[in-house]
Design a protein around this ligand. Sequence first.
Ligand code: GLN
Length: 289
Amino acid sequence: MKKSASYLLVPFSAVLALCIGCGKPEPPPEPVSNEPPKPLVMVTEAGFPPYEYMENGEVVGVDIDICRAIADQLGRPLVVVSTNFEAIIPMLVQGDADIAAAGLTVTEERKELLDFSLSYATSGIVFISRKGEEYKDAASAKGKRIGVQTGTTSDQFCVEEVGVVPTRFDTPRQAAEALKAGKLDLIIVDIDPARNIAGNDDTLVISSELLCMEEFAIALKKGQPNLLASINGALESMLNGGKVYASLAKHVAHCAYDFKPASTPSEASAEAAKADGAAGAGETEKASE
Ligand code: GLN
């Protein structure tokens, strides 16, 4: 009996509350926004194939595929802005872009300024030099004329590990032109653009081992947990569905150079099980020894 009495009281008090409100004017309806969703602005530097490069006047690449999936999940159109590499981090910090995807390596210094998503690719940096003049490690490059792309981890490696102030360029391609013209002894660059630059060039050679290992992730201004969670959610489903690997393979084929896609972290184990000693995975292991 007790049970049914209290059961009856609940709807009664609810009805009472409704009646008390009956005499009051209706609150104005929530304004319905007809505005289109705010674009998701991605900043990159379109000289870093296969992650970002120009094709028919448009920026395309792995990073654009990933950011488009993130924008789709958010229901926002993607706007891609290409700028000089060293302008990317300031643009995010100032709020001039929402996210950066630019083969951007996660470093302790950058983590002080920005938040990073989970990693979607493993990479590393190498030397490119003229054939017959090969450099294998930081010590062998000491005192040489070195070119880098401004503000990259290669720039940092040159200063901190080799102990040389490099000649700085806007793109790795420009540094390679200076190398070919005899103005430099070597350049330091990420393995992916290195293969694009030197893979089909008989006059250049890429150092046989990675100088260090790096992880690529998407960066955003600090203090945006919801955006970070959406980015990570989209990335996770792309990685688990093999979509990042498929995008790499597609863009490498477009760029038409000798390249084996490096393993992404979550795809690495599946790949290693499939083909022990595949080129990308082999290098990854060597460099981490
Ligand atoms: N991975 C390197 C870095 O983050 C270079 C990236 C690039 O040139 N786009 O510094």
